[in-house]
Design a binder for this molecule. Structure first.
Ligand SMILES: Nc1ncnc2c1ncn2[C@@H]1O[C@H](COP(=O)(O)OP(=O)(O)OP(=O)(O)O)[C@@H](O)[C@H]1O
Length: 250
């Protein structure tokens, strides 16, 4: 049996040529960030936790419950995928009502959630009338209406601009004081702002996991040198293209 405050997992998933094999225990407090480059397997790992990818030979324990063979809807979690959408034909209020009707337990906290996400002025609007940040607040509120024990967020800031991102951060920080969050991100700024613990993946493998304060300095140093290398490569490409054009023009 595992610690009550940990999610312990051992997953092994093959997607064509991609192989994810991860065994670790994640703290169930605050925000745990799953970090890595594009294609590292972050979303695949999150979907395994959600029960959306089967890993028949592994194991998964959440607060001493066996999750290995439990379907998604019985795990008591909420999963907010990248660019999660709202029903376009329903207002914000209608979207929340729909989620509440589908919740397993009787929802008594609708008003609380509306206040928490400052949604009162938006209730009568259609999803098309919301900014990206407002839409994300509704998506998070909708996820919370199911009263989850764990919230999974896949790139919660994708598709929204810097100002909206800054406005959304305190909502997620506040939520993380109420329930554990596991968040996928490839952006160290988000992780710095939110995460207490980091799981670093590369090519489907666990590279490191540690408290954010321990791991962030080395991740920052790596990401700076990656950025410099990418800029240099772009510079070389542009100079070669320019030289080619000059040759063509004689
Ligand atoms: N259903 C699938 N079938 C086949 N290959 C898949 C499937 N899902 C993901 N992959 C592949 O698995 C690898 C990991 O994908 P995943 O989405 O987990 O990476 P990621 O780290 O979340 O990347 P990103 O940051 O770009 O979203 C990728 O090479 C992807 O093409």
């Amino acid at each position: 049996m595992t610690d009550r405050n940990q999610l312990s997992l051992d997953v092994d998933v093959q997607h064509g040529a991609f192989h994810l094999a991860i065994a670790c225990s994640l703290p169930l407090a605050g925000v745990t960030a799953i970090y890595g480059a594009s294609g590292a397997g972050k979303t695949t790992l999150l979907r395994c936790i959600a029960g959306l990818h089967a890993s028949p030979h592994g194991h998964m324990h959440f607060r001493q419950q066996h999750w290995q063979h439990l379907p998604t809807h019985r795990r008591g979690l909420a999963y907010v995928c990248q660019q999660a959408s709202l029903f376009p034909h329903l207002t914000v209020s209608g979207n929340l009502d729909y989620a509440q009707r589908r919740a397993r337990r009787a929802g008594h906290q609708r008003e609380e959630i509306i206040a928490l996400f400052a949604l009162a002025p938006l209730l009568a609007r259609a999803p098309q009338q919301l900014s990206g940040g407002e839409r994300q607040r509704v998506v998070l509120a909708r996820a919370l209406l199911s009263q989850p024990q764990l919230l999974l967020l896949d790139e919660p800031f994708s598709g929204i601009d810097q100002a909206q991102r800054t406005a959304l951060l305190p909502y997620i920080r506040h939520l993380s004081q109420q329930l554990p969050i596991i968040m996928v991100s490839h952006d160290l700024r988000d992780i710095e702002c939110l995460a207490q613990h980091i799981v670093h993946l590369a090519d489907g493998r666990l590279i490191a996991q540690a408290p954010a304060s321990t791991l962030l300095p080395s991740l920052r140093a790596h990401s700076d040198s990656d950025r410099v290398a990418a800029l240099e490569a772009e510079n070389i490409r542009l100079r070669a293209a320019l030289a080619g054009q000059q040759r063509l023009m004689g």
